[in-house]
Design a protein around this ligand. Sequence first.
Ligand code: 0EO
Length: 331
Amino acid sequence: STGSAAAVPINAEFDIAYVTPVTLGTPPQTLQLDFDSGSSDLWVFSSHLPTSQIRGQEIYAPNKSSTAKLLDGHSWSITYGDGSGSRGNVYTDNVTVGGLMVERQAIECAQQVSSSFTSEAHIDGLVGLGFSTLNTVSPKSQLTFFDNAKGALDSPVFTADLKHKQAGTYDFGFIDKAKYTGEITYVPVNNDPGYWTFSSSGYAVGSGNFSASPISGIADTGTSLIYLPTAVVTAYYRQVQGATNSRSYGGYVFPCSATLPSFTFGVGEARFTIPPAYMSYAAVTPGSSTCFGGLQSSNGVGINIWGDLALKVAFVVFNGGTPPTIGWAAK
Ligand SMILES: CC(C)C[C@H](NC(=O)C[C@H](O)[C@H](CC1CCCCC1)NC(=O)CC[C@H](O)[C@H](Cc1ccccc1)NC(=O)OC(C)(C)C)C(=O)O
């Protein structure tokens, strides 16, 4: 079996996150969920939430699904890198993504969400696509949608074709040759503790020479920007007039009028270049002449993260075979 579904940017201006329609239960309830290779819980806004915590999101009501079953005595609680979080109880039900159905998928129903989730009306929950070792359900951790689907897939892979300010796709079980050019460069994945961790072969700033120093980081569809070591980030912003690492804005900012270099990263022998236009994420507040950089330091994060900003210049294969690998191709 295979599946294919759209990855739609939640904001017409900036690619802060992408959501994908997912149907849950019988009759089908459709929610817009953020597919996140940086975590491994499938959780949704639900009928168990106080209405004060719901502001425009779609909810999943298990009691309206004839195929929903309570996973008795199980709960979950998750906190993300940006400090947001949620917790609740667990049901199993049918989950369908782009024609691919998994029966008895653990659906973690929110009973509480943090204010940043309440204020993000376009995200009705997450589909974790990290390794199931990261799942937070207790006392028995649960499998991700991908792990549950894997055995039935034509090939144990999913691919991400994210785009700038337009809808891309997540495919499951097959590699669509029409979505990339040239060859796919595969590199090993270290799935301990459970991220899609791989080693980039280095970077270059603008037309500067390529610095062939390996950078270990995670491929994370649920993180908007790129977070890399200080040496890389200072080398980049040295080339940007008026750039500063702003405590108040929480990262590197620069005058929106500044000329930005491109940023190139390596995967094996392959090279991927992020154009200058993508390297300015957005004005720090609407209308401000100060812009927030797409490349930020991983100092405060603890791991290097290749987020949507890197993923959207490539076609990426998340190969869940044995051993797992990750493949990057131009498009
Ligand atoms: C709990 C663990 C098992 C897994 C856990 N994993 C992560 O924290 C990484 C994971 O990819 C999480 C997944 C995201 C959590 C928040 C909602 C959206 C998904 N990524 C994160 O926690 C990283 C946060 C994202 O980068 C936010 C996302 C966002 C989206 C919409 C609106 C506002 C903010 N972007 C964001 O802040 O963009 C700016 C900087 C331009 C404003 C961890 O490592 O702790």
